[in-house]
Design a protein around this ligand. Structure first.
Ligand code: ADP
Ligand code: MG
Ligand code: MG
Length: 883
């Protein structure tokens, strides 16, 4: 039987899934010879047993016993021993990093007897009682469920009674008092004191860490980051080291590079005379890591060398948690660090430059989501004027919203569609729901490694942290800065996480550096160089083309600047919005004469529009889709008309023309227009509309040719379900082509079909007998495959589905691979069976969705066509899919 417990120094490659990230990395650091306090890991397999059966697996107790004995041997200390007591940290650690979301309990092993031994051995009574009061509090909160606020209140009381300046100023006697009254508080609230038996403490702590996997905040975090619920956490049991032993001790966090920008240098924070959570919680503001050089030069040097060892080992940005005990450096944790989108690009490119990774590897280290964020606008510092408050630039991005002062209010207002900015003294794990709901977060305390900063960067949420002097008064719902009123809850503020500035009111945003560069501005910055390098590599690597969906010369120009290779979708119905609607109306319900005239005008109008598009595309393919919108979108509102007719009649002067119009509209009225007269069906019922559109396209092409300009024209038929439909439309198109040919010479074009009904996907082999290309219309394909309306679902039941976990994401945002994806894959295979080289495009949202592109590339599509802004994202993701 495999063991449920692994020592940190066990041989072999540490298994993350089994040991959790923290456990695996601790084991790895031991193998690298780094100073790690000894200990062992209880596996996630044990946790899963507990989750499933509600009790620990048989055999786990014996394994723990055995490893504990080995640990006692190694340290020469014994758990609960009145002379030489071993103290333990019991730490959570899942396979996917969930910083601060689960529990850790320090100083296990202290009781009324061992605390005296610790005082004796260290020669520092205050230190011993400081550890003990930490244990009482952490155990009380985590195991016994006493609210943190109760301990905070108690601490404030004791501090006040003793007339000292805060907790750090309490002497041994004050801390002893805090221990006693903390234990009484546990008894009062939970009906139970901290057990005096250290073994019992250990067992309860292990159970509590297992249970923290199911805690509210851990669950929220998993939902936000798509981590499965059944994985469970590991538990690391480790010998304590002490950063709270006076001025020669301390705790800190360090990064190998700046997680906000990716730049090299000293990044991190250090807090002297501090244990554990003091740094991360932001309760006391730490000093920049560079200061450690002055405080303890040998430890600083040691730390830098360890950071370099780790970065070379992981070949990536690492962050670590460390503790210095009386001048001796210990590493307590490392992981490949979270980073801002800008840092992700910069670090990936720099590591290639430094010879640590290849361009292919660099491509995998960044994502289309990150690139999207780099293209978001930023606050316009010029127009914003003087900032109302300035803090640390903890997580880049700009946002505007109403100030809210607690997580619950943020969630409530966001659910009503409000943009909110969460303003907190500091954030803790239970602020996570509010952070998920907010557009930005601002904190008074905490550095760039504080909880708020780390979590915000991971989420791409703009954050400004450590605004000195910011006071949040929850009673009056007001925020002040250095004693002056700053804003009240509900006020609108603008936040720039890239500069650390907060402004009153709603401010203008400006294009980001990356967007300006994409638009052709020469920008000399490490970020832009990194994006340029990785996009260039993506272009070299990808096997999928990228086109854009565009209806204007302006959009096409932008798409080409952003790297599009053509236009994969021109939605011609977009050219008949507003006043132009009446052209189609007249074709549909006008008299013969009206129809003739409307068709002529429509052809002329479209000919001009198409000429502009062909010119802008400059020889690259342009796919013009025949009119697709349902007929009712071009007709006047039925009720409206009926009212007008009735009013006229009531006034005694009936309007006959209006009556005729009403009758015609009524004849065209459909109960389900989205599955009614639209797309190919409209093309078959009104072939003259197809001829008019095709004529316009061919004339525009002939015009281009006459002017010596290259063009590459495709006509595409929407909503096709059968090859017979396509054949019928092909005849109309051929008529127009012949007509132009006799007058102006033959124009070359390809005719293709959208595959956007399930039947088209299933019969793609037949459709390819007539189609020269096909394009997967994944929006409608999703709508029709699920049988759900895109326009209504997002408002009515999709939110419920997402809440209850029936769906992880909306199938309209990210392709449903299992269902819609299966049909899409089938269509590719079918079409190629008939015509091996047939181009298969994808148009629709999914072509620009980072989470769908890998799949689409995998089923062998020829090109993606997405909105111009998504083009760089599609290039990048298509490149990533190919390495
Ligand atoms: P998290 O996953 O929330 O970061 P950790 O298990 O890393 O939780 O513990 C939180 C803090 O407790 C750490 O930052 C570290 O400073 C402190 N800590 C953890 N293990 C030890 C140890 N063996 N000795 C001293 N302090 C520790
Ligand atoms: Mg940690
Ligand atoms: Mg469609």
């Amino acid at each position: 039987m495999t063991s449920y417990v692994h020592s940190f120094d066990a041989p072999g490659t540490p298994d993350r899934d089994l040991l959790g990230g923290k456990g695996a990395e601790l084991a790895r650091m031991v193998q690298l010879g780094l100073p790690v306090p000894p200990g062992f890991t209880i596996t996630t397999a044990a946790c899963r047993q507990v989750l499933e059966h509600g009790r620990r697996p048989a055999g786990m107790a014996g394994d723990v016993e055995h490893q504990l004995a080995l640990l006692e041997d190694r340290t020469g200390l014994v758990l609960g021993d009145p002379e030489r007591p071993l103290l333990l940290a019991v730490r959570s650690g899942a396979a996917s990093s969930m910083p601060g979301m689960m529990d850790t309990i320090l100083d296990i092993g202290l009781n009324d007897e061992t605390v005296l031994a610790v005082a004796r051995i260290s020669g520092d009574e205050r230190f011993a009682w400081d550890c003990y009061r930490r244990l009482v509090q952490m155990f009380g909160e985590t195991v016994l469920g006493v609210a943190a606020a109760r301990f905070a209140a108690l601490t404030a009381t004791v501090v006040a009674e003793r007339g000292v300046d805060g907790l750090p100023a309490l002497d041994a006697d004050g801390l002893r008092d805090l221990v006693e009254r903390g234990r009484a508080l546990c008894q009062e609230v939970a009906g139970r004191d901290l057990p005096q038996d250290p073994r019992e403490q250990l067992d309860l702590a292990i159970d509590a860490v297992f249970a923290s996997w199911q805690g509210e905040r851990a669950r929220v975090y998993r939902r936000r980051f798509g981590i499965p619920d059944h994985l469970g956490t590991a538990v690391n049991v480790q010998a304590m080291v002490f950063g709270n032993r006076g001025a020669t001790s301390g705790s800190g966090v360090a990064f190998t590079r700046d997680p906000a920008t990716g730049a090299l240098g000293d990044y991190g924070e250090y807090l002297a005379d501090a244990q554990g959570e003091d740094v991360v919680s932001g309760a006391r503001t730490a000093v920049p890591l560079a200061r450690l050089r002055e405080i303890d030069l040998p430890s600083y040097r040691r730390l830098r060398s360890i950071l370099s060892t780790l970065e070379h080992h992981y070949r990536d940005l690492c962050d670590i948690e460390f503790t210095i005990e009386d001048g001796r450096l210990w590493i307590l944790q490392t992981r490949v660090g979270k980073r801002s989108p800008a840092a992700a690009f910069r670090i990936a490119a720099d590591l290639v430059e430094e010879g640590m990774i290849t361009d292919d590897e660099a491509l995998v280290r960044v994502s289309g989501d990150q690139l999207t964020q780099l293209m978001f606008p930023q606050l316009d510092a010029g127009s914003a004027g003087r900032p109302a408050a300035v803090g640390l630039a903890a997580s880049p991005g700009a946002a505007v919203g109403r100030v809210v002062l607690d997580s619950a209010t943020a969630v409530t207002l966001a659910a009503r569609g409000e943009d909110v900015v969460l303003v907190r003294p500091e954030t803790r794990a239970d602020d996570l729901p509010g952070m998920v709901a907010a557009r930005a977060v601002v904190t008074a305390r905490g550095g760039r490694t504080s909880h708020a900063a780390v979590v915000a960067r991971g989420m791409g949420l703009p954050a400004v942290c450590g605004v000195e002097g910011l006071e949040i008064d929850l009673a009056s719902r007001r925020v002040s800065l250095a004693g002056h009123r700053l804003f009240a809850e509900g006020d609108v503020v603008s936040v720039d996480g890239g500069t650390g500035r907060v402004y009153h009111g709603h401010h203008r945003t400006v294009p980001s550096e990356v967007t300006r560069w994409l638009d052709g501005e020469a920008i000399d910055s490490p970020l832009v160089s990194a994006v340029e390098r990785l996009l260039a590599h993506a272009d070299r690597t990808r096997r999928v083309g990228v086109r854009a969906n565009a209806e204007s010369g302006h959009d096409i120009a932008r798409a080409l600047r952003y790297g599009a290779e053509g236009v994969g979708l021109v939605r011609t119905e977009h050219m008949f919005l507003g006043d132009r609607r009446t052209y189609v109306e007249r074709v549909l319900i006008g008299t013969d004469a009206e129809r003739e005239a409307a068709l002529r005008e429509l052809t002329a109008l479209q000919r001009e529009s198409f000429a502009v598009l062909l010119a802008a595309a400059d020889g690259r393919p342009v796919t013009i889709r025949l009119l697709d919108a349902p007929a009712h979108e071009f007709l006047p509102d039925l009720t409206d008309l009926a009212v007008r007719v009735a009013t006229a009649a009531a006034r005694g002067c009936p309007d006959e023309a209006l009556q005729a119009r009403l009758a015609a509209v009524r004849r065209h009225h459909e109960a389900n227009p989205m599955t009614g007269l639209r797309g190919v069906r409209l093309a078959i019922v009104r072939p003259e509309l197809v001829v008019a559109q095709a004529l316009a396209a061919f004339e525009a092409a002939a015009d281009a040719r006459d002017r010596g300009r290259a063009f590459d024209l495709e006509l595409m038929v929407p909503m096709v379900s059968s090859v017979e439909e396509l054949t019928a439309v092909a005849r109309s198109v051929a008529r127009a082509a012949d007509d132009v040919a006799t007058r102006r010479g033959r124009v070359t074009y390809r005719l293709g079909a959208m595959v956007e009904t399930p039947r088209a996907a299933v019969t793609a082999a037949r459709i390819a007998e007539v189609a020269g290309f096909v394009s997967l219309g994944t929006n409608d394909l999703t709508q029709l495959t699920w049988g759900l309306s895109r326009d209504d679902a997002e408002r009515s039941f999709l939110p419920r589905y997402l809440d209850e976990g029936l769906l992880r994401v909306s199938p309209f945002a990210t392709l449903d691979q299992e269902g819609v994806g299966e049909l899409a894959a089938r269509a590719v295979v079918g079409a190629r069976r008939t015509r091996p080289g047939i181009p298969v495009g994808v148009c629709g949202e999914h072509a620009g969705d980072p989470a769908s592109i890998g799949f689409l590339a995998g089923i062998g599509v020829t090109y993606l066509s997405c909105s111009p802004f998504r083009v760089p994202v599609a290039r990048l993701e298509a490149g990533r899919a190919a390495v």
